[in-house]
Design a protein around this ligand. Structure first.
Ligand code: SF4
Ligand code: SF4
Length: 348
């Protein structure tokens, strides 16, 4: 699709949104309705730890390895309570900057999510390091719908055929899953009741997100985002520590991104709906035309929200190589098209 047509489409969609989405003092009953209508993905972390430090990820320089802080169980229960109160039917995804399978609590918590949210689509994004026949069985028993794996190969060797074959073989032996190609470097994993895909990423400068300005990408130093962003409309993101974040790109453990901490779910009486309401000013700014500043300035993230099976985890579209490589493409400037009703400028 031509970029201008896409921009026009986005402007039209933004114009059609109810103005209540941008009201910071809306009654919570109305916020709940908006949440039910517009939120497609709730993205959380079970704990803080990731076992890797991938070069393209802020975990390369923000410590997520020296300790593992688990989300308080009471907080997790409150998140489930809130979602159960609206019979949440959309995606609940464990992704962000932790490796969800790195702590055993995930299995019991997934099972709890399944029983409290029978219609929700439960998704894990994982590097697959902890996946074996036993943990796969635990995920199946917990009622997980979808597992999105990344097979990270040694840097610079991601496209060496012998390395790929060797690692694929090890993966299949360890998990019992058979790999069926669905793209040049993407596979469907057969042999489980869970829908599982695995990609072999090869992130180079042009494909990497700046993660809200944290990752230095020379070609984006002077980039200025002008495109609208639907993230704070369609997604709700909560870190392991209960901080409600602007979007999946940013993180509460970065001092540089403190302005992107929008809510705190650990505060007594503060629910997901209070947080969604508190996103109203950011939503307004990001759906208005014009430059996007602060953590959004260098962000080229373009997230699509199609069907549950296409749920995109943090980092953009990660289902197939083609879309993986398109995760960072610019969507242009909207200044030639009618502005949405909201004109608040975002400066997070
Ligand atoms: S990209 Fe994923 S596996 Fe790699 S360090 Fe970041 S969170 Fe961990
Ligand atoms: S523009 Fe990027 S950083 Fe800003 S809210 Fe959207 S996805 Fe997040």
């Amino acid at each position: 699709m031509h970029p201008n047509i896409r921009v026009l489409g986005k402007s039209l969609v933004a114009n059609l949104l109810p103005t209540t989405l941008f009201e910071p003092t809306l009654e919570l009953a109305e916020v709940k309705e908006l949440f039910s209508t517009f939120v497609r993905v709730v993205e959380i972390e079970n704990h803080s730890y990731c076992n890797r430090t991938c070069a393209f990820c802020p975990n390369a320089f923000i410590d997520r390895r020296s300790q593992n802080l688990i989300m308080e169980d009471a907080l997790y229960e409150r998140i489930l309570d809130d979602l159960a109160s609206i019979r949440y039917k959309q995606t609940l995804i464990w992704s962000r900057y932790h490796e969800p399978m790195a702590h055993v609590s995930i299995f019991e918590r997934l099972g709890r999510a399944r029983s409290r949210l029978p219609e929700a689509y439960l998704v894990l994004v994982s590097n697959g390091d902890y996946l074996n026949r036993e943990t796969l069985r635990e995920l199946e028993c917990a009622g997980v719908n979808r597992l999105m794996l990344d097979l990270y190969l040694p840097e610079g060797r991601e496209r060496v055929p012998a390395v790929i074959e060797d690692e694929k073989k090890k993966f299949s032996t360890r998990t019992g899953l058979e790999l069926s190609p669905i793209g040049e470097f993407d596979y469907r994993c057969l042999g489980s009741s869970i829908q599982i895909t695995m990609g072999i990423p090869c992130y180079t400068g042009e494909h990497v997100s700046t993660r809200g300005g944290l990752v230095d990408i020379a070609s984006l130093h002077s980039y200025q985002r002008r495109a609208v962003c639907f993230n704070p409309l369609h997604s709700v993101v909560v870190d392991y520590n209960g901080k409600g974040m602007l979007c999946c790109q940013v993180r509460s453990d970065s001092a540089q991104q403190s302005s992107a901490v929008i809510g705190d779910l650990t505060q007594p009486g503060y629910t997901l709906f209070h947080f969604y309401r508190d996103l109203a000013p950011a939503r307004a700014g990001l759906l208005a035309p014009g430059p996007k500043n602060g953590v959004c300035r260098t962000c080229k993230c373009l997230r699509r929200w199609p069907r549950q099976t296409g749920a995109a985890p943090c980092g953009g579209e990660r289902n197939l190589s083609a879309s993986r490589n398109a995760a960072a493409f610019p969507i242009g400037c909207s200044s030639h098209f009618p502005p949405p009703q909201v004109r608040v400028s975002v400066n997070l």
